[in-house]
Design a protein around this ligand. Structure first.
Ligand code: DMJ
Length: 663
């Protein structure tokens, strides 16, 4: 026998009745009564569900209100610059309170009031790499720039497609045909000579014998290139671990940044393939925001130097087109450029949270625009950047030649005054004072004065010795308080100081250069991986069990940056002391050991203090190919004529530009 069936379970239903046809002539009380009746007719579950939904609605409204309030707070008063900087650089919130004080907006001082109304918030504002979705290469893109004929696409795996070059063929590293002879000219003729210098031609005739360490660099470059070529061809940066890529500007950043490195290393096949891509696919007619500084030093700088090395006018045409598209950035009330510009629409704007620009950014685009002006004969490029230099030269708010980190694009005044660093946001201001003076044939004395004053300012305010090693380091000053914090970025300084001495500046600068070089080496050497952290803190109190270099958890990443090896190159070239080559060799070994990704490419890492878990960040910055490996290759060369420091000046992205002969 079967047991009797269980009683049917009780079910509640929510019924919704839509009375669409009902007329609207009911009076209010009737409607209220009928609502109450309907409410009472509902089951308890139905009522609970409705109440729950109502509560949810109220909660959502409350949350979105607080979110909006936060956004308004951000627009009205940004986070401290220290916090912002740290977040930008690490993607993390600062572990410690920022060294920097809360920003004081320029326009809080009535005297600083801009003469124009504040800008309306704009669309399309992008400050940092947006990490776009990976997408297939756009094979339809047109290269309509300057009426240039579309050349055929060259992509890895598609190399059989022949381009139809309109340039005059130039020989590899040999008889470089001067741009005047047979290659296409820029749209206007230069007032100054436009041909590559004789040493450039001579240097390229033959790479000469390459020693074992240089071959080691070539091997590393080819490994990095393998990853880029395979997984991110034509895109901005390789993500070597996930075998994909990121876009920042969507302009083949790594490929362009690496062009002159390939030329210098003698990688002819790779260079030609990349050249084909530039010819066929590089298209600046794009609705995309670029950062003026980053795109100038990496893209414009690379196009100009590659033009000089190869004599191929394609690169100059691209440089001129790109330079023109950057020009709207200078159309500000103060002529201090905005940080960002859309190269397709010509709309320039500051970052979302401020109308300030970064001092290092607006003062480290001069080498490139001046050279572009000289080559094309177009004065506006030079005038725009020299306006900035002149303006900053005469601006008050410096401390013995040291500059604050921000400048307002409306008022033209320094903002957040009282904070001085040789690191992020100020670094290349100092570098470009010296390098512009060198570039211009050592005739622009204001640049030299500013540089010399600044070095005295550094000596007076920012130098200390660490314990127990007594290494001299460059700290920071915030409203009179010294902080023993030194960015790895500051390690450009020993090389720059040495370069100045090579060009006749006081010999005592070399003493400082040697001492700081040792410190930068220690920043690498004292780490378990042999690679420097992004930021070091120095121990200034004697304590036998402490090392000189202290690293905070948020700062222990390494982005494959070049500054230490950049300075090693200058120091070796100018002193001949082989220990600098040995130190650089050690760093290359460390890159190979802790940052190399088997399938191709190198990755920045999260922890320079862990040999077991350096923890790849899955990103190969374009400057690893543009700068780090180039400087390593040059460091291992014993030929002082290989990009002679008497004929070339390197921009801050390691792209060599010719020194102009004095008029
Ligand atoms: C590069 O883009 C340049 O060297 C710049 O001056 C600083 N940042 C990176 C490398 O660290």
């Amino acid at each position: 026998m079967y047991p009797p069936p269980p009683p049917a379970p009780h079910r509640d239903f929510i019924s919704v009745t839509l009375s669409l046809g009902e007329s609207y002539d009911n009076n209010k009380s009737r409607r209220r009564r009928s609502c109450l009746r309907k409410w009472k007719q509902l089951s308890r579950l139905q009522r609970n569900v409705i109440l729950f939904l109502l509560a949810l609605l109220v909660l959502c409204a409350f949350l979105s209100y607080t979110h909006m309030a936060d956004r308004w707070k951000v627009l009205g008063g940004s986070p401290t610059e220290g916090q912002r900087l740290r977040v930008e650089m690490t993607g993390q919130k600062p572990a410690n309170p920022p060294v920097l004080p809360a920003p004081r907006k320029a326009d809080t001082n009535p005297e600083d009031k801009p003469t124009m109304l504040p800008q309306k918030p704009r669309k399309h504002i992008r400050r940092r790499p947006p990490h776009l979705q990976i997408r297939a290469p756009n094979i339809d893109s047109k290269d309509g720039i300057q009426g240039e004929a579309q050349e055929q696409v060259a992509t890895p795996g598609d190399t059989h497609q022949e381009e139809t070059p309109q340039r005059t063929v130039i020989s590899w590293r040999g008889a470089v045909i001067e741009p005047e002879q047979g290659t296409e000219h820029p749209s206007r003729r230069a007032a100054a000579p436009t041909m590559p210098s004789a040493p450039a031609v001579r240097m390229q005739k033959d790479p000469g014998p390459q020693n074992a360490r240089q071959k080691g660099v070539i091997e590393a470059f080819l490994h990095a290139w393998k990853g880029y070529r395979k997984f991110s061809w034509g895109h901005d940066e390789l993500k070597p671990v996930s075998r994909s890529f990121t876009e920042w500007f969507g302009l083949g950043l790594t490929l362009i940044d690496a062009l002159d490195t390939m030329w210098i290393l003698g990688l002819k096949k790779e260079f030609e393939e990349a050249r084909q891509w530039v010819s066929a696919k590089l298209n600046f007619e794009k609705d995309v925001d670029v950062n003026l500084f980053e795109s100038t030093i990496r893209l414009l700088g690379a196009l100009l130097s590659t033009y000089h090395l190869s004599g191929d006018s394609l690169f100059l045409r691209k440089a001129e087109d790109f330079g023109n598209r950057l020009m709207p950035a200078f159309a500000t009330p103060s002529k201090i450029p905005y940080s960002d510009v859309n190269i397709g629409t010509g709309v320039a704007h500051p970052p979302r949270w401020t109308s300030d620009s970064t001092v290092a950014e607006v003062t480290s685009i001069q080498l490139e625009f001046r050279e572009l002006s000289r080559l094309t004969g177009i004065k506006k490029f030079r005038e725009a950047v020299e306006n900035v230099t002149r303006h900053i030269h005469s601006l008050s708010g410096k401390k013995d030649g040291l500059v604050p980190m921000f400048i307002n694009t409306h008022s033209g005044l320094f903002t957040h005054p009282g904070v001085f660093t040789l690191g992020a946001r100020a670094d290349s201001y100092y570098e470009y004072l010296l390098k512009q003076w060198i570039q211009g044939g050592k005739t622009e004395t204001q640049l030299l004065e500013d540089y010399l004053t600044a070095i005295e300012g550094i000596k007076a305010h920012l130098l200390r010795r660490s314990e127990p090693g007594k290494f001299i380091f460059v700290g920071e000053l915030a409203h009179g308080r010294f902080s023993a914090k030194m960015d790895h970025l500051v390690c450009f300084l020993p090389g720059t100081l040495a370069l100045g001495v090579h060009h006749g500046l006081p010999a005592e600068h070399m003493e400082l250069a040697l001492a700081l070089m040792e410190t930068c080496y220690q920043m690498n050497h004292q780490m378990e991986t042999g690679l420097s952290p992004e930021i070091a803190h120095f121990n200034t109190f004697f304590q036998a069990d402490l090392k000189d270099v202290i690293v905070k958890p948020a700062d222990r990443h390494n982005l494959l940056r070049p500054e230490t090896v950049e300075s090693l190159f200058y120091l070796y070239r100018l002193t001949g002391d082989r220990k600098y080559q040995d130190w650089g060799w050690g760093i290359l070994q460390s890159f190979n050991k802790y940052t190399r990704v088997r399938s191709g490419g190198y990755s920045s890492i999260n922890n320079v203090q862990s040999i077991h878990k350096p923890d790849p960040r899955d990103k190969m910055e374009s400057f690893f190919l543009g700068e780090t490996l180039k400087y390593l290759y040059l460091l291992f060369s014993d030929d002082p004529d290989l990009l002679s420091l008497d004929h070339y000046v390197f921009n801050t992205e390691a792209h060599p530009l010719p020194i102009w002969s004095a008029a």
